[in-house]
Design a protein around this ligand. Structure first.
Ligand SMILES: CC(C)(COP(=O)(O)OP(=O)(O)OC[C@H]1O[C@@H](n2cnc3c(N)ncnc32)[C@H](O)[C@@H]1OP(=O)(O)O)[C@@H](O)C(=O)NCCC(=O)NCCS
Length: 204
């Protein structure tokens, strides 16, 4: 049995390892993890940039990958505690955006400012227990290549966004979006779709 399997099978050991990584009532890794572990885990592509003010809540239990020439702008938060965070090549994660895995972002995708993309939901079904104490539920978010997500948008868990889609500012995306669509509003609806015959973005 491997060490990881041993840890997974023992709730006590699991709790202890978790306590070593994160203080009770906190979500970010301890100082020693941030200093001596976080910089050496995950994969950061060639010429990629992560601004110093970013908060990287990166843990060794899930992958974190940032593609070549991608940029994570100031004050953004990346969290892979409960799911992978995979960001493609030449992507931009705008100022003050939050990405909580499982999230997969295709190449050349732009995330504007103050965008929240979270593959995590808190369980709320049991009314006897606070949502904060219920199990977290994860559903992967997949965002295609060449996508542009406008400022203040929210993408909820499990959503699949096709390639070359545009998400309007302030939208809340709760349903899948096919390729080559412009969506907007709360909940987001398709506003325009590219017609490959007429070569025009047609209003719906
Ligand atoms: C989504 C967006 C790209 C659409 O631009 P566009 O193709 O020129 O769209 P139009 O202006 O022709 O608008 C088409 C319709 O969608 C509506 N619409 C546009 N943006 C919308 C939004 N964010 N939310 C809801 N509806 C929106 C318009 O009101 C219009 O509605 P109508 O047909 O009833 O008049 C743009 O409005 C937007 O939100 N850009 C994001 C800006 C941003 O976040 N910048 C940050 C810097 S990276």
């Amino acid at each position: 049995m491997t060490l990881v399997e041993k840890i997974k099978q023992s709730p006590k050991l699991k709790k202890f390892i978790l306590w070593m990584l994160i203080p009770v009532n906190d979500f970010r890794p301890r100082w020693w993890v941030r200093t001596f572990v976080v910089p050496f885990i995950g994969h950061r592509g060639k010429s990629s940039i992560i601004r110093k003010s970013c908060r990287l809540d990166i843990f060794p239990n899930h992958p974190f990958k940032l593609g070549d020439q991608s940029l994570i702008e100031s004050f953004s938060i990346i969290n892979n505690a409960v799911g992978d965070v995979i960001i493609g090549k030449q992507c931009v994660i705008g100022v003050s955006s939050v990405i909580i895995g499982p999230v997969n972002i295709g190449d050349k995708t732009i995330i504007a400012q103050h965008v929240v993309i979270s593959g995590l939901n808190h369980g709320y079904e049991n009314v006897e227990i606070a949502p904060a104490e219920q199990k977290v539920i994860t559903k992967p978010i997949n965002i295609g290549e060449n996508v542009w997500i406008g400022a203040n948008a929210v993408i909820t868990a499990g959503v699949q966004i096709g390639k070359h889609c545009i998400v309007g500012a302030n939208s809340v995306v709760t349903k899948d979006i096919p390729d080559y669509c412009v969506v907007g509003g709360n909940p987001a609806r398709i506003i325009k779709k590219y017609n490959f015959t007429t070569k025009v973005w047609e209003k719906l």
